[in-house]
Design a protein around this ligand. Structure first.
Ligand SMILES: [Zn+2]
Length: 467
């Protein structure tokens, strides 16, 4: 073995030993950070959000990273880096957030959401899982390498924002403006979950989303149904028919071109979903139904939840909602309708196709207005052969002593397609939150051994990426 070879093939033993030695002080970090009520949705917490960003800056510096705070149009963010591994080593950007959701009804919490409590193996606090515990993994891993080896095996950049829970309004402008600073070979994100407790997972994809609202206007005011029923088009009835017309008898969406560009799931995708081993009966029981929907022919309910495009009504408003009877023909009716998109489908094109279809379905007697909420986001899937995906698989296997499973998330993370577009970098989603972590809900919690294994995973991953 040559000297050059031993120098290049980083061994992970010292950083792992350092990390294990620090587990209890890293728990103190998490407790300190969770004590800061960094609720980004509430303006009265703006000072706390800033405090969480300043705290993060300090810990990045303590770990040995260069770090600075960047002001945005809203809450500030932290950028940190260590980029002395040299140009022959890859550069990875880790992204996460230190803002949190509001607590909701305090009476549903067993303790103060901002006074973290350790219960058995769990830490209970708002933000413990989403995303404070997880974003710290990258600082812990960087510290382990820098303090034990004096260097990182790769060039590492951290981007930690504080507006994720309000839809990251300033993130995209920041990334576009600082695309050179943030240039990287891949983006690492830990803001998802394990498949089951103890079962590591890589989330390989998320769906895109388009959210529409349709407003119908009939008569200038509510009419007496006894006097006008059957004589004027009822906007509530028309809306119900229009909504029904968005699916055919086989459960397929009737928007022209909806399925044309949609990628058909591969055999491997379908096998990975089946391998999760959740039965339809379990899923039905979990949601309190006797039976699941038939959905689009030829696909299982699990496939409908992640790799097929779907359209759903999220809300309907029309007519009299009060107590008792009021015999009217409503003047107005409206519905909120969302589409979850898969790779291949273009968000803006699907948005336009929806508008065209709903216009076809609208009776000529009614006036219609269509609004789009948010931006039309495209789906995202990490390429199966990305080197960081393979390295992450190996790192998870080593840290958890179990082969990770690949998940396709049915929800949407618009930042993924944005990272790909602006930085030309793919995203790897390694999640360590328990399926029972109750993120966004009362008694949010994180399992501490999973976080420790997560820190070990990231530490190993940096080593693997550098080799
Ligand atoms: Zn999150």
């Amino acid at each position: 073995m040559t000297t050059i070879h031993t120098r290049r093939e980083q061994t992970v033993d010292k950083p792992i030993a350092y990390l294990r030695d620090q587990n209890s002080s890293h728990l103190d970090w998490l407790i300190e950070l969770c004590r800061i009520p960094s609720v980004s949705t509430k303006s009265e917490h703006a000072g706390d959000v800033r405090r969480s960003v300043e705290w993060t800056l300090e810990k990045c510096r303590a770990a040995g990273l260069q770090a600075e705070i960047h002001e945005t149009g809203g809450h500030p963010l932290v950028y940190a880096e260590w980029c002395q591994a040299g140009p022959d080593k890859p550069t990875y950007l880790a992204y996460g957030h230190v803002d949190v959701q509001p607590t909701g009804d305090l009476s549903l919490w067993d303790a103060d959401p901002f006074e973290p409590t350790v219960r058995d193996e769990w830490l209970v606090a708002r933000g413990a899982a989403d995303d404070k515990g997880q974003v710290l993994l990258y600082i812990r891993a960087a510290q382990a390498w820098l303090q034990s080896e004096g260097r990182l095996p790769i060039n590492l950049k951290l981007l930690i924002e504080a507006e994720e829970e309000i839809g990251s309004p300033n993130l995209e402008p920041f990334i576009r403006k600082h695309a050179d600073l943030l240039a990287c070979d891949g983006v690492l994100i830990s803001d998802t979950g394990l498949a089951r407790d103890g079962q590591p997972a890589i989330t390989r994809g998320t769906r895109g989303m388009v959210y529409k609202e349709v407003f119908l206007k009939g008569p200038s005011h509510d009419l007496h149904s006894g006097q006008f029923g059957g004589a004027v088009v009822n906007p509530a009835t028309a809306l119900a028919e229009m909504i029904a017309g968005l699916h055919d008898a086989d459960g397929r969406v009737t928007i022209p071109g909806f399925y044309e560009a949609a990628d058909v799931p591969t055999q491997q995708d379908r096998e990975q979903i089946a391998a999760l081993g959740i039965t339809d009966a379990d899923l039905a029981a979990n949601v309190g139904m006797k039976q699941l929907a038939e959905g689009e022919g030829g696909y299982t309910p699990h496939e409908m939840r992640s790799v097929r495009p779907v359209l759903d009504v999220n809300g309907i408003t029309a007519g009299f909602q009060g107590e008792g009877a009021n015999t009217i023909i409503p003047a107005r009716a409206s519905a909120k309708i969302s589409m979850r998109l898969v790779p291949g489908q273009d968000g803006p094109a699907m948005s336009a196709a929806f508008d065209e279809r709903i216009r076809q379905l609208c009776p000529p007697q009614l006036e219609m207005k269509i609004e789009t909420h948010g931006s039309a986001a495209n789906a995202y899937v990490t390429p199966a052969d990305h080197p960081a995906l393979l390295a992450a698989t190996e790192a998870l296997q080593a840290a958890f002593d179990q082969q990770p499973v690949y998940l396709r998330e049915g929800g949407s993370l618009p930042i993924l397609a944005m990272f790909r577009e602006v930085l030309k970098a793919e995203c790897i989603l390694l999640g360590f939150a328990s399926p029972t972590c109750n993120a966004h809900g009362p008694n949010e919690r994180v399992r501490l051994p999973d976080l420790d294994r997560g820190a070990e995973t990231v530490t190993r991953l940096l080593g693997l990426l550098g080799n």
